[in-house]
Design a binder for this molecule. Structure first.
Ligand code: ZN
Length: 440
């Protein structure tokens, strides 16, 4: 009996060690690929404030919205100039395969505005925002950035907050009303009003996701394939829902906050084991970790942030991982133009230096990283072209299914097969693909 107990304990220990150390296998050798992914959250969010003078005469501390890094008090919806400048910076940096840097803005699909004249809340969805946020030409700039292949949107949130709490607390006091009336998206306790909190109804969250995905496909012309949850807060239930709806890439798993987990050290162990277990058993999902930080406007020394990010990039490659850079929108869209200049310059500096690192990188979006990890080959729509890759050491056939062709606006009855040589990168015009595949 005693001996059985010892064996059981030993077995559990070995199982735990295996679980703690195993990593999912990748078809490609990421040391040789030297990939950089640029993930950026909060694009499209109508907040925190519409303009530089939004807080004038209001006591924002008395509002008690919660705690944010100080720079977020001036965070604002991007404008056309921001997207145009980002496009220029990205297009000027070309990977060693000839494909320019691709940025992955993770979008918030809608917003709520309070119309004081008729005392009602109004819903807005991309590419429209409450009237406090006029952004002439913004959507044209987004479409152009997408057409140039440097802007590859993915999904972040429906609203980025719990809509019921936003509506009730946003009007609960005179101060809250004044703040809401100016189009500021903070409200009492807003930090804790998580969009995906376990207290919310499953029906509401399911409906919000379905709506967000429909809006996404309509405005960006293709389905979303990757997601980062707002405030890094989600549970296993959300992951199952996302996967059912075609969102098979989950960003920043290591940052996950799951309110259903235990607290303290047991919670940290639970989180670690949950992550390992998910990575080893959820074959239909790809979890990507943000292993490089580029948040220069939250530091007094932006140059040091860039240097650290470069060092982290190199470290990720040495470990055999793609370098996945986290860089929030607040670095590029802000009511203070000096902050915007700092953020853009840091991105420019990072990309310039990264292009000289170890022979240069290739720039990939999440879904490309996921495809290469699983199959060794990948495709991405880039404006009027497809970027096709084979990152293995042997020739491989890339298959474009009928459903995938449909997301490029091509109608066919059969999949298209394209032979790619070892290491080949092919940029194929959609018109040429149409001819090859006999598509309409
Ligand atoms: Zn966010």
């Amino acid at each position: 009996m005693k001996r059985t107990g010892v064996w059981l304990a030993l077995g559990a220990l070995c199982g735990g060690l295996v679980l703690a150390t195993l990593a999912p296998r990748s078809v490609v050798d990421w040391r040789a690929v030297r990939a950089i992914g640029l993930e950026s959250d909060d694009w499209g969010l109508a907040g925190f404030v519409p303009r530089a003078d939004s807080w004038q005469g209001l006591d924002r501390e008395a509002l008690k919205p919660g705690r944010f890094p100080p720079v977020y008090w001036g965070s604002t919806l991007e404008d056309a100039a921001v997207v145009e400048r980002m496009t220029s910076v990205l297009a000027a940096h070309v990977g060693r395969d000839g494909v320019p840097a691709v940025f992955q803005p993770n979008y918030v699909m809608g917003s709520l505005g309070y119309d004081e004249a008729d005392g009602r809340w109004q819903s807005y969805e991309l590419p429209h925002w409450p009237p406090e946020y006029p952004r002439p030409g913004l959507w044209r700039a987004v479409v152009q950035a997408q057409a140039r292949g440097v802007w590859h949107p993915e999904l972040h949130a429906a609203l980025h907050y719990d809509p019921e709490l936003r509506q009730s607390r946003g009007l609960e006091s005179e101060l809250a009303r004044a703040v809401t009336g100016r189009g500021i998206t903070l409200f009492p306790g807003s930090e804790q009003a998580r969009e995906l909190s376990p207290g919310r109804s499953a029906e509401a969250m399911t409906a919000e996701l379905a709506h967000s995905l429909a809006v996404f496909a309509r405005v960006f012309g293709r389905p979303a394939g990757s997601i980062i949850a707002p405030d890094y807060t989600w549970s296993g239930w959300h992951e199952r829902l996302w996967q059912e709806r075609g969102l098979s890439v989950i960003q920043a798993k290591r940052e996950q906050l799951n309110p259903l987990w235990l607290s303290g050290m047991p919670g940290r162990i639970q989180k670690y084991l949950d992550r390992q277990w998910a990575k080893l058993t959820q074959f239909g999902r790809t979890y990507l970790e943000r292993n490089c930080l580029l948040e220069p406007v939250q530091s007094d020394d932006a140059a040091a942030v860039v240097d650290r990010c470069l060092e982290d990039t190199r470290r990720a490659w040495r470990r055999g991982q793609p370098a996945i850079v986290e860089t929030h929108r607040v670095n590029f869209a802000h009511t203070d133009p000096r902050i915007v200049a700092t953020g853009l310059e840091a991105l420019d500096d990072y990309l310039s230096a990264a292009c000289l690192l170890d022979g240069g990188p290739v720039f990939l979006c999440d879904t490309e990283i996921a495809q290469l990890t699983r199959r060794g080959v990948s495709w991405r729509r880039s404006g009027g072209q497809l970027v096709l890759r084979n990152a293995t050491h042997s020739a491989r056939v890339l298959t474009l299914s009928v459903a995938e062709l449909a997301t490029c606006g091509l109608v066919g009855r059969q999949p298209v097969f394209i032979l790619l040589a070892a290491g080949q990168v092919l940029r194929l015009d959609l018109s040429e693909l149409k001819l090859r595949g006999n598509l309409s």
